[in-house]
Design a binder for this molecule. Structure first.
Ligand SMILES: Cc1ncc(COP(=O)(O)O)c(C=O)c1O
Length: 383
């Protein structure tokens, strides 16, 4: 085995979840997904595709009609984006891995804004790149980026700047001014920005979260990764896409990488996504409104518990909170499962910057589940 793989840490979220396997009395909020099934028109289109016998290999870069629909969708959100900049991938995590394979190899430096979903920093490590972490810091529960500190860390030696905003787990979202500053800096250093914007639609200040696509030129060194998982309630379908720079042979290069990774995304899954894009306006706004109600209910409940530090995140589907005195988040998360039947993700799963914090995914159909979870947490804190 390569040492990079041998030394790769396992998921601490899984470690907590595995401890509860087979227990149906645990209220689980540890994974980043809603308990709502995929909207019916999406499922119906996939079923129809299967019934029609669409069971074969297909285009590396995705069905031309899905790529066209994604280009139109992205254009509606961020201004003109041609179909020659779109590649369909087998999930968001696959989109990110393809982008990392495209940009960074053994010995290259990748700078990541952290804490962050662990897959993002594991991918460059798998490829043998060196990951340098630049931490967000909490100010009254809201996480903030020191742009000067980040710019100082990104030098001409840095191949990739990895930014996930809205951020999993903190909900931190980049401002337009911060994006402009980072883009200007990376243009000077020749660094690529790999922006994970899978939560762009799950944004609670109206519309879409600020995107690097809004400020970049088509030929900037910018790759944006997206997913159908979160905004279309399609986690189990495994479909995502990349927005690539125009020209420079990048699209063809990604097509080659897709061929050697997965060859193509399943056609019936793409048909489902196409149906989802066709009725996006009947899916996303309602979902966001519901998630906001979930967020507000959970955050108010957490704030009412003694000592808990938390603020309502501007985007995403998580409350990231701290219980003073509980500095070992993995041990605390395991105790919450074992003794109180409450399943949360330990903050340390997202890096050392998250230690002492816990992540609660608030995406649930049934707000009463949040209340019950809050009762269980309250019980644990007052013991
Ligand atoms: C920040 C972030 N990026 C990407 C993904 C990938 O989503 P998927 O692989 O389900 O498309 C996730 C999923 O949790 C995520 O939290």
């Amino acid at each position: 085995m390569r040492p990079e793989i041998e030394h790769l840490p396992g998921s601490r979220i899984r470690e907590v979840a595995n401890a509860a396997m087979g227990r149906d009395d645990v209220l689980a909020f540890w994974f980043g997904e809603s308990d709502e099934v995929t909207p019916e028109p999406i499922r119906a289109a996939a079923v129809q595709s299967l019934q029609a016998g669409e069971t074969f290999y297909s285009h590396n870069l995705g069905l031309p009609e899905l790529r066209a629909a994604l280009a139109a969708y992205a254009t509606g959100l961020h201004g003109p984006i041609g179909v020659d900049r779109i590649a369909v991938t087998s999930s968001g995590v696959n989109a990110l891995m393809l982008a990392m394979q495209l940009l960074a190899g053994a010995g290259d430096e990748v700078v990541a804004v952290t804490p962050v979903w662990p897959n993002l920093t594991a991918q460059p490590a798998i490829l043998g790149a060196q990951v340098r972490r630049v931490p967000l810091r909490p100010v009254n529960g809201q996480w903030r980026l020191d742009v000067d500190e980040l710019c100082a860390a990104v030098t001409p030696r840095t191949r990739v700047l990895l930014v996930n905003a809205p951020n999993n787990p903190t909900g931190w979202t980049l401002s337009r001014a911060e994006q402009q500053a980072l883009l200007a800096h990376t243009r000077r250093t020749g660094t690529w920005i790999l922006a994970d914007e899978v939560y762009e639609r799950l944004y609670f200040s109206g519309g879409c979260a600020p995107s690097f696509l809004d400020v970049a030129e088509p030929d900037d060194r910018l790759v944006v990764a997206h997913s159908f998982s979160k905004s279309f309630l399609m986690t189990g379908w495994r479909l995502g896409w990349l927005v690539l720079p125009q020209g420079g042979g990048v699209l063809d290069a990604v097509g080659k990488l897709i061929e050697f990774n997965t060859s193509c995304a399943p056609v019936f899954v793409q048909r489902g996504a196409l149906a989802g894009l066709a009725c996006v306006d009947s899916i996303v706004p309602g979902l966001v409104q519901h998630l906001q109600a979930c967020r507000d209910r959970l955050v108010a409940g957490l704030q009412a518990l003694p000592g808990v530090q938390v603020a309502a995140a501007p985007g995403g589907m998580y409350a990231f909170f701290r219980v003073p005195g509980q500095d070992d988040s993995l041990a605390f998360a395991k105790e919450l499962v074992a003794r109180h039947g409450l399943g949360l993700a330990p903050g340390v799963a997202f890096g050392p910057e998250g230690e002492g914090w816990l992540r609660w995914c608030f995406a649930t159909r049934d707000l009463a589940r949040l209340d019950l979870g809050l009762q269980r947490l309250g019980g644990a804190l007052t013991l």
